[in-house]
Design a protein around this ligand. Structure first.
Ligand SMILES: [Zn+2]
Length: 276
C-alpha cells in the first residue's frame, strides 16, 4: 500500500507540473471495462495473435472466422462501459491541462466518458468499411444483417480484445460471412489491423498534437505496437518529459522520466482528483 501511495503522489506532482499534456492510452485502460488485453505483463501474446490484414483479405476461411468471432463477441463488446481510467482522463481534460488524447483502443470508451480531444489512432470498431467501394457503414446495422443471415447460428464463447470470440472451427464453417450491400466486396471493421499502417493524415494530426504538447503520458500500453511506440520516441527526441503508467513493463520504460506500475484507474483518479 505504501508503494501505491508513493506512486500516486509522484504522478500527481508530475501532472501538476505540466500545462499541455499529450496522453497515449492502450488496452490496459479498457480491461477494467471487461475488454481483455492482448498481452500479459511482459508484453507477450496471451492468446493467439490477432488477424493479419493480408490473410483477412486473401483467405476466405480467415475472413469468415473473423466475422463469426466478431459477430459472437459483439454483445459483450457493446455492453462494456467506461471505467475510472476513462473518467479520470475526461476530468483531466475538463481541468484544462490534458490537451490531446490519442488512443490505441477501438472501443470509443474515452468518448463515452466525456473526453472530446480524442484521436482514435487505430480507428473504431463501431464503423465498417468496404474494401471495394470504400463505403463506411454502421457496425450495429451489420450485426442486424448478420443475425438475419445466420438465424440458426448459435455461438458461445469468450471475447478477445477487438470484440471477437473463440468459435470452434466447424461452427465457423457454417457462418455466412457478410459482404458489402452495394458492391459485394469484403467488409472490414474500420480499425487498423496488424500488418496495416495508421492512415497518413491521422498520423500527421497526432504528430501535430504532440508538437504542441509540453509533456507526454502513456497509460495502459506496453507500447509493443510500433504505431504507439513511435510517439514516445518522437517525444523523447524532442525533449518532452515522458511519464508511463502501466501494469507491466513497456517498450518505452528507458525513455521515461517517471514510470509507475499499477492499476491505471485508481492511480489516475487519485492523481487527477487533486486538480479539482
Ligand atoms: Zn462496397
Amino acid at each position: 500500500m505504501a508503494t501505491i501511495d508513493a506512486a500516486d503522489d509522484r504522478l500527481r506532482r508530475w501532472i501538476a507540473r505540466h500545462r499541455r499534456v499529450f496522453a497515449l492510452t492502450g488496452a490496459g485502460c479498457s480491461t477494467a471495462s471487461g475488454i481483455p488485453d492482448y498481452r500479459d505483463d511482459q508484453g507477450e501474446w496471451k492468446r493467439r495473435p490477432p488477424v493479419m490484414i493480408q490473410a483477412f483479405r486473401t483467405d476466405p476461411a480467415i475472413y469468415r472466422r473473423y466475422w463469426a468471432r466478431a459477430y459472437a463477441g459483439w454483445s459483450r463488446f457493446t455492453s462494456a462501459g467506461p471505467n475510472d481510467t476513462h473518467r479520470a482522463f475526461a476530468a483531466w481534460e475538463g481541468a484544462g491541462t490534458l490537451v490531446h488524447l490519442v488512443t490505441q483502443n477501438v472501443d470509443g470508451l474515452h468518448q463515452r466518458a466525456g473526453s472530446r480531444a480524442v484521436l482514435d489512432l487505430h480507428g473504431r470498431l463501431d464503423v465498417v468499411v468496404c474494401l471495394g467501394c470504400g463505403e463506411r457503414s454502421s457496425r450495429a446495422d451489420l450485426q442486424t444483417r448478420m443475425a438475419a443471415a445466420n438465424a440458426s447460428w448459435r455461438p458461445e464463447a469468450a471475447t478477445a480484445p477487438d470484440g471477437d470470440a473463440d468459435v470452434d472451427g466447424t461452427i465457423v464453417e457454417a457462418f455466412a460471412a457478410p459482404r458489402c450491400e452495394r458492391c459485394g466486396d469484403l467488409l472490414k471493421p474500420d480499425v487498423v489491423f496488424f500488418g496495416e499502417n495508421v492512415p497518413r493524415d491521422r498520423y500527421a494530426r497526432a504528430c501535430d498534437a504532440l508538437g504542441g504538447a509540453d509533456a507526454m503520458l502513456v497509460a495502459g500500453s506496453s507500447l509493443m505496437v510500433y504505431s504507439g511506440f513511435r510517439f514516445v520516441r518522437l517525444a523523447h527526441e524532442t525533449g518532452l518529459p515522458i511519464a508511463i503508467l502501466n501494469r507491466g513493463r513497456t517498450r518505452g520504460d528507458h525513455l521515461a522520466e517517471l514510470k509507475i506500475e499499477g492499476d491505471t484507474g485508481s492511480i489516475l483518479i487519485d492523481a487527477v482528483g487533486a486538480l479539482a
